[in-house]
Every structure is written in structure tokens, then in C-alpha cells.
Design a protein around this ligand. Sequence first.
Ligand code: S3P
Length: 182
Amino acid sequence: MKKKHKSNISPVLVGLMGSGKSSIGRRLARHLDLPLIDLDDMIVERAGCAIPEIFAAHGEDAFREMETVALRDALGRQAVIATGGGIVMRAENLELLKQHPPVIWLKASPEFLANRIDGDANRPLIAAGDTLSKLQELARVRYPLYEECADYILPRGDMEKDEALEEILAFVQSWKDDISDQ
Ligand code: S3P
């Protein structure tokens, strides 16, 4: 049984790239009257250059290190936290996420995502090769990891962002009710 915060909650959004973590996170933050912390933005700001440049100049491992540092800094703050799709790739991050519920997984199929992010030059992992195959490979590895840390799974499917937001808000409310009952 995970420990729940007694104070206001700080939802963390996880999921593959293109699943809407940043955009839904922005709306969720507005509704909950919380700031949004976007880990990718934090990393870019600290590095002083864009994500593809970080990957090109320093490699993925260096990016992952920066990501862990950003996650550590963000968790525990009163905010909605939007993570990058690869946040679950480090065991250390997965443990941190489990210690900071609620974690919300925006679950979307590779087919749904491929249409949305195909050709996006800001996402180095899909820069080379076929976007759909790459997403299928990422989903195979990451779905079990998202599932492992998620307190709530939102099946995005073709769901519009407004509907997705409604579902998440209902979950957040039930989580808060649950906490206040304890
Ligand atoms: C990545 C996803 C990206 C970004 C980086 C690596 C990944 O974030 O962190 O390009 O490993 O899936 P988004 O999920 O916000 O696109």
C-alpha cells in the first residue's frame, strides 16, 4: 500500500511521447490551481540548449542523468509534474515515482501517437527510422514500467483532451476524498 500525502496532492503525469503529458498537464494545473513543472523544460533551461542538442553533444546517458536530477528537484513540490516519456527507464526514477503518488499514466497506443508526433524534430528518439516501429518498441519496454508506478491509468484512445482532463479530475477528486477519509 502506497503512502498518500496528507496535504494537497501533486499529480505526476507519465506516458509515451505525444500522449499529452505537457498539454493536459497545463490544463490540469490550471484547474487545480497549481504550477506546472515540465521536466523537459527544466532540463532545457538548465542545459541552455534544446533536447536534440543535448542528445547530440552529450549522449542519451547524460540526458537521463539530467532527467533524474530534475525529477528529484521537482518531486515533493506542490505542482503538477509532467515527465518525459523515458522517465521510467531508470530504476532509481521508478522508485522515486512510486514514493510520490499519485502517478497518472496517459496510456495511448503507438498507432495513436505515431500520427501525432511523426516528423517532430524535437524528439531525438524518433529522428531516425520509422516512427510507428520505434513507438511500438518503446511501448513494449515501457508499458510494464508505467503500469508498475501508476496509481491511475487513463486509456487515451481517441479521447479528446477535454474528456481526458475530466477523467483525470474525477480521479484526483477521488484520491483527495480517499486521503481525507484516512
Ligand atoms: C523521451 C521523451 C521526450 C524527451 C526526450 C526523451 C523519451 O519527452 O524527454 O526526447 O525517452 O521518450 P516527451 O515524452 O515529453 O516527448
